[in-house]
Design a binder for this molecule. Structure first.
Ligand code: SUD
Ligand code: ADP
Length: 316
């Protein structure tokens, strides 16, 4: 046998890479406006996604079969079977390019599980980019975006990163002009919250109050604050329609939001469908003060500081 021959089980095929690692950011929705329930079970959204410097990493290594392992933040709550979004991403990519889905995916989590920061979506986006590189499939970013939208509403933004408008069910992404850097503090809760349960609670509360949901939209004030890179204006413009249903399901979140407000945050916000709470601070010193106050709050499990915006899924 020549030394160049491919030996199954002993490494990658010619042209393939042995192992690659992709870093993917968490997101917070600076605005989240939710329209009426659609016939397909989703809601039309107008949202401003903002990627922040809390990351998951996805390592993809050549293997004969598909397997997922995980370490880090919330690892025991992460499924390791075909319900894992990274697993589903690898399968979808393999099916699309007509190859076997053999890969070992190792997730290193920094994003809280079921925290409203799109950690599962980050892993799906990371697996798409990592497997594309490992397998040398050479798909374009547009091709990956189409696959991402099939995996979940938040997955396209995890590929994109930065600050961007999301419409449709959140999967249609348009960049937003944003200047400067923002200082964020995140308070993780003791338990996660289910995204469908929060949307369902919103519908229930609207129906009980006889409210008619209107077409979703983002206020100009928020876009102006981003264009100007003005933290004070941005803090005052933060909006999330899922705050009411999430705090209805988890009243302790009100105490978390209050603790950050009292510690001088310029703005307080539920991250996505929660339960993570996000606090915008004027600068690094103010962020440290807000973080210290939140660390003492009984409703808070852990506190992280991060800068935004952060880059989308990228190879290390
Ligand atoms: C609320 C948001 C805000 O960015 O993020 P998270 O808080 O989950 O991170 C997203 O809309 C979540 O996106 P993602 O977590 O990808 O949701 P998907 O898997 O697409 O949908 C899960 C379920 O959420 C509900 N859903 C989701 C998106 C949407 N526009 N309308 C909905 O009603 C539906 O019940 C759907 O079955
Ligand atoms: N790679 C993954 N990381 C985290 N959770 C995952 C993953 N794949 C599937 N899940 C499932 O998705 C649910 C939502 O997780 P996540 O994406 O972290 O939260 P959110 O939708 O609130 O942003 C989890 O409870 C978990 O069961």
């Amino acid at each position: 046998m020549s030394s160049a021959a491919y030996i199954p089980d002993e490494g990658p095929r010619p042209g393939e890479t042995e192992s690659v690692t992709v870093r993917v950011p968490a997101k917070v929705n600076l605005a989240l406006s939710v329209g009426p329930l659609r016939s397909d079970g989703y809601h039309d959204l107008a949202t401003v996604f903002h990627a922040v410097g809390l990351f998951d990493e996805v390592n993809a290594a050549a293997a004969d079969t598909l397997a997922v392992t995980c370490e880090g933040e919330g690892q025991v709550e992460v499924p390791l079977d075909d319900t894992n979004l990274a697993w589903r991403a690898a399968e979808l990519l393999a099916r699309t390019v007509g190859r076997s889905p053999g890969v070992r995916l190792h997730l290193t989590k920094g994003i809280p599980v079921a925290g409203g920061m799109a950690g599962g979506s980050a892993d799906a986006a990371g697996a798409l980019v990592a497997c594309d590189a490992l397998w040398g499939t050479g798909l374009s970013r547009d091709d990956l975006h189409v696959l991402a939208a099939q995996l979940g509403s938040d997955v396209p933004f995890a590929l994109h990163g930065g600050t961007a408008m999301g419409t449709g069910r959140g999967e249609q992404i348009t960049p937003v002009l944003a200047r400067g850097e923002f200082h964020w503090v995140f308070a993780f809760a003791h338990d996660g919250l289910s995204t469908p349960a929060v949307f369902h609670e919103l519908d229930r509360l609207r129906e009980a109050a006889g409210e008619e949901a209107t077409a979703p939209g983002v206020e100009d004030e928020l876009l102006r604050a981003l264009r100007a890179g003005d933290s004070t204006l941005l803090g005052a413009a933060l909006r999330n329609d899922l705050t009411r249903p999430a705090t209805s399901l988890r009243p302790d979140l009100r105490a978390t939001l209050q603790a950050g407000r009292e510690a001088g945050a310029l703005g307080t916000l539920l991250s996505g469908s929660g339960p993570t709470c996000a606090f915008l601070a004027a600068d690094a010193v103010a962020a440290a003060t807000v973080a210290a106050a939140l660390e003492a709050a009984p409703s808070v499990r852990a506190v992280r500081r991060a800068l935004g915006p952060a880059a989308g899924a990228h190879l290390l």
